[in-house]
Each structure stands twice: as structure tokens, then as C-alpha cells.
Design a protein around this ligand. Structure first.
Ligand code: ADP
Length: 446
């Protein structure tokens, strides 16, 4: 495969022993758009800076178009960088800002036609005579991108270019960036901590964690077949439900996942994708259920059986086209190491003793933690929503997607049905056990 950018076993250790990038290998094909996604501090910008030649690798090799570029200066690399901070020259007009790199690279050429051309592509032809202070944030970022594309680079390196903009503008500009880079046929490496941006932009998404790439794949692959609980939790909104459970396999009985308060019966015979659960017998695992993998069952469907759970509605988020029903199923939530920096809680709720114990019997945990702690991967989330995200998600609550006119109301006891084909299980290290790691085809359409 021809490679525009290749990182081979690249490590970057900063002073005082901070390993920002840890033996990272990655190939990017010519014209490909790859997004580096990960929480703040995981090493994304360092990767960009290593490729741009702004940092030297401590070990390993950076190859550009197949050639070892370790000794090349930034100017020798035909790359253009676009940053979060537009860094436009305040005393120069848009035209002068865009044309600036050309005045340095080709001082004898009239930059006019190339500047006009770049401005047309970005829709800023009418703004060229304004100073940056006379432009909005989005317009300034367009001028900054014009300055990058005017040089006709072979590669774009973009470091959170949209994070200073408001949500509406961000959505519009990201669509424009995707179109523009495709039209230009330029290789792009785009850094973001925003998973929805990553999912909508890239040909491939590389999810980074602690200086390593945890998984690379299409947006669909990382969403549907996350190889690690970190990826499962980082990608997708609302965040995947992660519950602690133990695999039970009674002699002569049905295998189940025991959440403490209640059990989830597995299909019999086991689905091919669940076979690996036999190895986890008696062990604590983390169950991952995306909100679309569980539904509020109709009262007629209620009852014990495969895939059935029950819970008490905590609250219902009306979203217009659908509702997100937060259901307390009396389970322990799982906290994923390294995740919360990027997914800050926006609202804190205090855990309140619900009617769950009464409804589900005495085994429903009333509070506290419990369960083993596994350093580096998963631990039991403290009850009470310490690490909640938007909408006041409570530890151990299931967020379930439902229709806009869902009948469930807070305080109500509801039957739930789990789509067992979409059940994820992660082991104590956080590696995916189900669906089976050998699972080749991506699941059917959601
Ligand atoms: P990200 O872009 O994912 O937020 P960075 O690549 O900026 O992450 O940083 C990765 C790690 O390296 C962080 O722990 C950060 O504090 C550290 N780091 C980044 N730049 C330097 C530097 N110049 N000197 C020392 N440590 C640094």
C-alpha cells in the first residue's frame, strides 16, 4: 500500500519522563482523511507535531511519502497545519493573511490568482479586504484554512480547528472541511476530542488512549465493534451503558449475567458470539449495552425470560424525535479509566435510595461500591453519579432509547428487553469478549 504518512514505532518522551506517545505505529494512505480521537492529554497533538517536524521522536521513524523524514525540518515537509487558534496576523487583511505563505515561498509570483482561488473554495471572496477583527470566528477560521490550502500542500494536519466555534457553525464547517479535502484530494490528519466530530468526518478514526492507538477503523467499526471498553465508552451518544456483572453458569441451568439485583438470562443454546463467556464463568465482567440495544417492553411482553430485565424509571429525557428513558436496574455502573477527562459531568446528582429494592427484592444494592477494582481498565462506578455526563446519568442506570411518546413515567416499574445480539461484554482488562473477538462482519444496520 502506498503511504502518505507512516509512523513506525514512534515514541515521544518529554522532559521529566512524560511519555506522550508510546511506540505508536500508523499508516495513512494518500488522500485519506484520518481522525485522531481521544481525551485531552492522550498525545494527539504530539503526534501531529511529530509529523509536522515541530518535535523530534525520541525513538522510531516518521516516513513521509515513503521516505524517512526524521531529519527533515518543518519547511521541507509540504504540510500545512490548521490550529484551534487561528493565529491570523491582526494587521493584515484576509487577502494578505491567505497570501502570506506565498510571499515567502514564491516572492516573485503574483499571489493574487491563487489567493482568489482559495478564497472562492472557502466562500470568503467578499471578506478578503477585512482585518481579522472585522471577521467572526468562523470567518477567521476560513481565512486560516485558506492560508493552509493556498500552498497546495500534500497533507493537512488539523488540530481541533473547530473547537473555538459555536455548535451550529462547527457542524457547518466540518461538513465544508470534509468536502474541501475530498475535492483537493489532500491527505488529512485531523485531531479532536469530540467523538461526534470524529464519527462524521473521517474515512477512518484512530482512537487514542494514553499515548497509544487503541483502535483504528471506520466510524461504524469503532462504534459497533469496539475492541476495548474505553473505545466503547468514548464513542457514541448517549454513552454506552456499562454495568458490572458476574457470569453465572449453574450446573444443568441457564447461563446468565448477574447484576446483583437481578439476572439477565442468556439464550440457550448460547449464540456463537457469546461462546467466549464460558471462559469468564464466575468472573466479574463489564456488560455494555448501547441505548438502542435495550427497549422498554410493552406490558404484554413483560415476564421472565431471555433478555428480560426490569427497572424503575428515574427520569425521561424528551428529545423531540425520541425519548431517553433513564432506568434504575439496581446494577453497579462501571467507570472506565482515562475517560472522564474528556467527558466532564455537566450536572451532578446525589444518589437517592429509590423504590428499587422494594420492587426488585432485597438483593438490589442500596448504595456503596463493591466489586473488584482493576487498575487501568474498569472499576465500579460509585453510586450517586459521581462521574455522570450530560443529563444527569446515574451510576448503574440504563439509558434506553424510546419513542417520543413513550408511556413510561418517573417512578414507574418497567419491563425491559435486551437485544442479545447487541450485548457487549468486556473482561477485567477491558478487552471485548463478546461479540467474539474473531467477529469479522460488522453488525447489521442499526
Ligand atoms: P492532547 O493533544 O491529546 O491533548 P498532547 O499531545 O498535547 O495531548 O500531550 C500529551 C502529554 O504530553 C500530556 O501529558 C502533556 O502534558 C504532555 N506534553 C505535551 N507537550 C509537552 C511539552 N512540551 N513538555 C512536556 N510535556 C508535554
Amino acid at each position: 500500500m502506498s503511504r502518505a504518512i507512516s509512523l513506525q514505532d514512534v515514541t515521544k518522551v518529554y522532559g521529566r519522563g512524560v511519555t506522550a506517545v508510546d511506540r505508536l505505529s500508523m499508516d495513512i494512505a494518500p488522500g485519506e482523511f484520518v481522525v485522531l480521537l481521544g481525551p485531552s492529554g492522550c498525545g494527539k497533538s504530539t503526534v501531529l507535531r511529530l509529523i509536522a517536524g515541530l518535535e523530534e521522536p525520541t525513538s522510531g521513524t516518521v516516513l513521509l511519502d515513503g521516505e524517512n523524514a526524521n531529519d527533515w525540518g518543518p519547511g521541507e515537509r509540504r504540510l500545512a497545519m490548521v490550529f484551534q487558534h487561528y493565529a491570523l496576523y491582526p494587521t493584515m487583511t484576509g487577502r494578505q493573511n491567505i497570501g502570506f505563505p506565498l510571499r515567502i515561498e514564491t516572492p516573485d509570483e503574483d499571489p493574487g490568482p491563487r489567493v482568489e482561488n482559495a478564497a472562492r473554495k472557502l466562500g470568503v471572496q467578499d471578506l478578503l479586504d477585512r482585518l481579522p477583527s472585522q471577521l467572526s470566528g468562523g470567518e477567521q477560521q476560513r481565512i486560516a484554512m485558506g492560508r493552509a490550502i493556498v500552498r497546495r500542500p500534500s497533507t493537512f494536519l488539523m488540530d481541533e480547528p473547530l473547537s473555538n466555534l459555536d455548535a451550529k457553525l462547527r457542524n457547518r464547517l466540518r461538513a465544508e472541511i470534509a468536502t474541501l479535502t475530498r475535492e483537493l484530494g489532500v491527505t488529512t490528519l485531523y485531531v479532536t476530542h469530540d467523538q461526534s466530530e470524529a464519527m462524521s468526518l473521517g474515512d477512518r478514526v484512530a482512537v487514542m488512549r494514553d499515548g497509544v492507538v487503541q483502535q483504528t477503523g471506520t466510524a461504524r467499526e469503532v462504534y459497533q465493534l469496539p475492541n476495548h471498553v474505553f473505545v466503547a465508552a468514548f464513542v457514541g451518544t448517549p454513552r454506552i451503558n456499562l454495568l458490572r456483572a458476574r457470569v453465572l453458569a449453574p450446573l444443568g441451568g441457564r447461563m446468565s449475567l448477574d447484576f446483583g439485583g437481578q439476572k439477565l438470562l442468556l439464550p440457550e443454546p448460547l449464540l456463537p458470539d457469546h461462546q467466549m463467556l464460558r471462559i469468564q464463568m464466575g468472573r466479574d465482567i463489564t456488560v455494555g449495552l448501547r441505548s438502542e440495544a435495550v427497549r422498554v417492553a410493552s406490558p404484554q411482553e413483560a415476564g421472565p425470560g431471555e433478555g428480560a430485565l426490569q427497572g424503575v424509571v428515574d427520569h425521561v429525557e424528551f428529545q423531540g424525535h425520541e425519548s431517553l428513558v433513564h432506568v434504575n436496574v439496581g446494577a453497579r455502573g462501571a467507570a472506565v479509566a482515562g475517560l472522564e477527562a474528556a467527558r466532564r459531568p455537566t450536572r451532578r446528582r446525589v444518589g437517592r435510595p429509590g423504590p428499587l429494592s422494594r420492587l426488585l427484592g432485597s438483593r438490589a444494592p442500596a448504595g456503596g461500591t463493591g466489586g473488584p477494582h482493576t487498575p487501568g481498565a474498569v472499576s465500579t462506578e460509585p453510586d450517586g453519579g459521581e462521574s455522570t455526563e450530560a443529563a444527569g446519568r446515574m451510576a448503574g442506570n440504563l439509558v434506553v432509547r424510546a419513542g417520543a411518546d413513550v408511556w413510561a413515567r418517573p417512578g414507574q416499574r418497567v419491563p425491559l428487553l435486551v437485544d442479545m445480539a447487541r450485548l457487549y461484554v468486556f473482561d477485567e482488562r477491558g478487552d471485548r469478549v463478546c461479540p467474539a473477538p474473531s467477529h469479522a462482519p460488522v453488525l447489521g444496520p442499526y
